[in-house]
Design a protein around this ligand. Structure first.
Ligand code: WTA
Length: 658
C-alpha cells in the first residue's frame, strides 16, 4: 500500500519554539555525514553515557554479518538502568508513572488514577523479580509471555524479567487466542502473565477466557499468573493458575534482587511482528545496543527534560510502547503517562482532557488517532487547555499533510516542533525523524525528516541503485545500528532472507519511500503484504489462516485498502466450498471467526465471494493484482497470471457488492 495524497515537497515550516535549534538541511547533512563516517565512534560515545557494570572490549563485532553484536564484552542491565539509577538519586521520589484507568464517574472524571514514584516502581519490580526467581524458579534465559491490558503490572513484569535476564514476550491484549497461542509456542514460554480482564470502551475484554483457549494448545506453559483488574472471579485452573496478589502476599516489602550482570548482546525480549507471508516473526532485541539507541533517541527526538510530562498514546503490546513508554522514558527518568483505554472514550475529548489534567508537555501519538480527532471536530479540543504541549510526534503509518496541519494548528498552536518518526519493530527505536533535541531542520508536513545521527538510510530502485530524487523506491538502512535485531527467534536463515538479501549486505525495511531534493525522506507505506490498520501491523497470512479455519472457506486472499481514518483496512476475497450459500449470515460468521482467532483489530472491512483468485502459474495468489483492482488503480503486469478471468471475477464481485 502506498499513500494516496500529494507530497508537498516544497512546503517548509519553522517551529517558533526551539527556533534556536533550527538549522538548514544542508548543514544538517554535513554534520550527519560525519557521524555516519565514524558511526562506531559516534555510537560508542552515546553508549558511554549509560551506566555499565563492565565496559565493552569491542564496539561492534562484525565477524558474522548480518548477525552484528554491539558493545561486546560490556555488562549491563535494563532494569538497573531504568530503576536503580533513579532510586539511588534525587529522582527517588519523582513520579515515574501516572496511570489512569478507563472507567469514569458520573461527572466524567477518571475513577482510578495511580501515581508510582521511581521508588514505588523499584520496590514492586524487585518484589516481582523475587517471586519469579524464588517461587517460580525462573532463571536467566527462560522465557515468559505477558498478555496484560495497559495496567502498571505490565511494565512491572517486563522490568522484573529484565532484571533477571528472563526473556519476555508481550502479546498485545487486542490479539485473540490463536495469535496468543502461536506466540507462546514459538517462544516456548514457561509462564503466562495475564489478567481477569481489561477495560476497552466501557466493556470488559475477557483476557483470561481467551488465554484459557490458547492454553489448550501450549504445553510449555506450566504456570499462569492472573492479575485482578476487574475482580469478576474468572475460572481458575487448579495447580496451574494463581492470582497475582496471592502469589505476592508473602513476598517481603523490601525484597531486593540483585540485577544480573548481563552481556550487552544477551536477549532482552522477543516481540512478534507480521511480515511478508508466513507466521509472525519473533524479533529478538539485545540489551546494550537497544538501550543505547533509546537513550540517544529520547534526547534527540523528544528532547526530554526533568520537568516534562511525557505521554505516548501507543499500547505497550507494540514496539512503540516497549521502547517509548517503558524502557526509553524510564531510563531517562521522565514522568510518563499510561492510559488504560480508548482515547475517545467515553467522549471524543478524553485524550485532550488527559493532556490538560496532567499538563502533558511531550506528546507521541498516531495519524489514525489524529484523523479521528479531526473527524469529531475542533470543538472537542477547544474545551481544553493544550498550552502545556511543547513538542509532538506521530508514528506508525504515514501522516497525510492535512492531518498534520490540523493537529499542528489545534494542539501545536502553529509553533511547536512536530514530526513523523519512522521506524519499525525490527529497528528497536526511531531511525528517521525530526530532531528538536539535537539539530532541527525545518518541518515538511507529511515528511519524516532525515535519518538520525550515526545512521545512513537511502532509497533504492529495483536494481539496488539510488532511486531518482522524488521518485518512489525502497527504503534501506546502510550501516549497522545499535538496537538492530539479534535475529529472528529460532530462525536465523529467515532473518537473513527477509532483511538482508534483497540488497545484499544492507537492511531492507520493506517500505516504499521517496527522497526529495532537500534530502528529506517520505515513507509511503509497505511494499509487502503487511497491512497497517490504525497503525497496527497485521500480516495477510494470519488473517487468511483464520479465514480458512471457517468450515465454509476453501481459499482466501486478504489485501489492505485505503481508509480515510484507519489508514488501511483488510478486505477479504473468499472462495466457498461446495454446498455453502453466500448469504449475509455467512459473511458475519466468517468475519467473526477472524475476530475470534486473531483479535478485534483484525476485523475484515469487506468480504467478497469469488469463484477464483488471481494466481501465478505456480499457484501463488497475486495480492498485488487483487489490491489494484480493489483500489481501482493500474493492475500493471499480469503476464505471469494463470487465468486472466480471475481479475474480472474480482472486479465483478466489487461491483455487485451491496
Ligand atoms: C510504518 C511501528 C510512515 C512503516 C514503530 C513501517 C511509518 C511499519 C511510520 C512498522 C511513519 C511506522 N511514517 N510509516 N512515521 N512509522 N511506519 O513494526 O510501514 O509496528 O514499516 O513499528 O510502520 O510497523 P511496526
Amino acid at each position: 500500500m502506498s499513500v494516496t495524497w500529494a507530497l508537498p515537497f516544497d512546503k517548509k515550516i519553522k517551529p517558533k519554539i526551539g527556533e534556536n535549534n533550527v538549522i538548514d538541511e544542508k548543514t544538517y547533512s554535513e554534520i550527519h555525514e560525519k557521524t555516519v563516517k565514524n558511526y562506531k565512534e559516534f555510537w560508542e560515545e552515546v553508549a558511554s553515557q549509560l551506566e555499565w557494570f563492565r565496559h565493552w572490549d569491542k564496539v561492534l563485532d562484525e565477524s558474522s554479518p548480518p548477525f552484528y553484536k554491539w558493545f561486546v564484552g560490556g555488562e549491563i542491565n535494563a532494569s538497573y538502568l531504568t530503576l536503580d539509577r533513579h532510586y539511588n538519586s534525587w529522582r527517588r521520589n519523582k513520579v515515574a508513572i501516572i496511570w489512569e484507568g478507563e472507567p469514569v464517574d458520573e461527572k466524567g472524571n477518571p475513577k482510578e488514577v495511580k501515581q508510582l514514584t521511581y521508588s514505588d516502581l523499584y520496590r514492586e519490580v524487585n518484589r516481582v523479580s523475587y517471586m519469579l526467581k524464588e517461587k517460580l524458579g525462573l532463571r536467566k534465559g527462560d522465557t515468559i509471555t505477558i498478555y496484560l491490558p495497559m495496567i502498571p503490572e505490565l511494565p512491572i513484569f517486563m522490568l522484573a524479567a529484565a532484571r533477571l535476564g528472563i526473556v519476555f514476550t508481550v502479546v498485545f491484549s487486542g490479539f485473540s487466542s490463536d495469535a496468543l497461542a502461536t506466540r507462546m509456542n514459538d517462544a516456548e514460554a514457561k509462564v503466562l502473565i495475564t489478567a481477569d480482564g481489561g477495560w476497552r470502551r466501557g466493556k470488559v475484554i475477557d483476557l483470561k477466557g481467551i488465554a484459557d483457549k490458547a492454553l489448550e494448545k501450549t504445553p510449555s506453559i506450566k504456570k499462569v499468573i492472573v492479575v485482578r483488574r476487574i475482580g469478576n472471579g474468572v475460572r481458575m485452573n487448579e495447580g496451574r493458575d494463581i492470582y497475582y496478589d496471592e502469589i505476592m502476599s508473602d513476598i517481603p516489602h523490601n525484597a531486593y534482587v540483585e540485577p544480573e550482570r548481563l552481556k550487552s548482546e544477551d536477549p532482552l525480549y522477543i516481540l512478534y511482528t507480521s511480515g511478508t507471508t508466513g507466521k509472525p516473526k519473533g524479533i529478538v532485541h539485545d540489551i546494550g545496543g537497544y538501550m543505547t539507541l533509546l537513550h540517544g533517541t529520547m534526547k534527540w527526538v523528544f528532547d526530554v527534560r526533568d520537568e516534562d510530562v511525557y505521554w505516548c498514546t501507543a499500547d505497550i503490546g507494540w514496539v512503540t510502547g516497549h521502547s517509548y513508554i517503558v524502557f526509553g522514558p524510564l531510563m531517562e527518568g521522565v514522568t510518563g503517562i499510561i492510559y488504560e483505554g480508548a482515547v475517545d472514550y467515553p467522549q471524543p475529548d478524553r485524550w485532550a482532557s488527559i493532556i490538560e489534567r496532567y499538563k502533558v508537555s511531550i506528546l507521541y501519538t498516531s495519524p489514525t488517532a489524529i484523523r479521528s480527532f479531526m473527524k469529531y471536530g475542533e470543538e472537542w479540543v477547544k474545551k481544553h487547555d493544550m498550552t502545556s504541549v511543547r513538542l509532538m510526534h506521530s508514528v506508525g503509518e504515514p501522516i497525510n499533510p492535512e492531518a498534520f496541519e490540523w493537529f499542528y494548528n489545534q494542539v501545536g498552536r502553529n509553533e511547536i516542533p512536530f514530526g513523523s518518526t519512522w521506524w519499525m519493530t525490527e529497528t528497536g527505536g526511531i531511525m528517521i525523524s525530526n530532531l528538536p533535541g539535537y539539530l532541527m531542520i525545518p518541518m515538511k508536513p507529511g515528511s519524516n525528516g532525515m535519518p538520525i545521527p550515526g545512521l545512513e538510510a537511502d532509497v533504492l530502485d529495483d536494481n539496488g541503485n539510488p532511486a531518482k530524487l522524488e521518485e518512489r523506491g525502497y527504503l534501506v538502512l546502510k550501516n549497522p545500528w545499535p538496537g538492530m535485531p539479534l535475529t529472528i527467534y529460532k530462525d536465523p536463515e529467515r532473518y537473513v532472507k527477509v532483511y538482508w538479501s534483497k540488497f545484499p549486505g544492507i537492511f531492507y525495511a520493506g517500505d516504499y519511500a521517496v527522497k526529495d531534493r532537500d534530502g528529506y525522506f517520505w515513507i509511503l507505506g509497505r511494499a509487502d503484504e503487511v497491512i497497517k490498520v490504525s497503525g497496527h501491523r497485521l500480516g495477510t497470512y494470519e488473517l487468511e489462516s483464520a479465514l480458512i479455519e471457517h468450515p465454509s472457506v476453501a481459499e482466501a486472499a486478504v489485501v489492505g485498502v485505503s481508509d480515510p481514518i484507519k489508514g488501511e483496512v483488510p478486505v477479504a476475497f473468499v472462495i466457498l466450498k461446495q454446498g455453502y450459500n453466500a448469504d449475509d449470515n455467512l459473511v458475519k460468521e466468517i468475519i467473526n471467526t477472524v475476530r475470534e482467532k486473531v483479535g478485534p483489530i483484525a476485523t475484515i472491512d469487506k468480504l467478497y465471494f469469488v469463484s477464483k483468485l488471481p494466481k501465478t502459474r505456480s499457484g501463488k495468489i497475486m495480492r498485488r493484482v487483487v489490491r489494484a483492482v480493489t483500489m481501482n488503480s493500474e493492475v500493471g503486469d499480469i503476464t505471469t497470471l494463470e487465468d486472466e478471468a480471475s481479475v474480472d471475477e474480482i472486479r465483478k464481485a466489487i461491483q455487485e457488492f451491496k
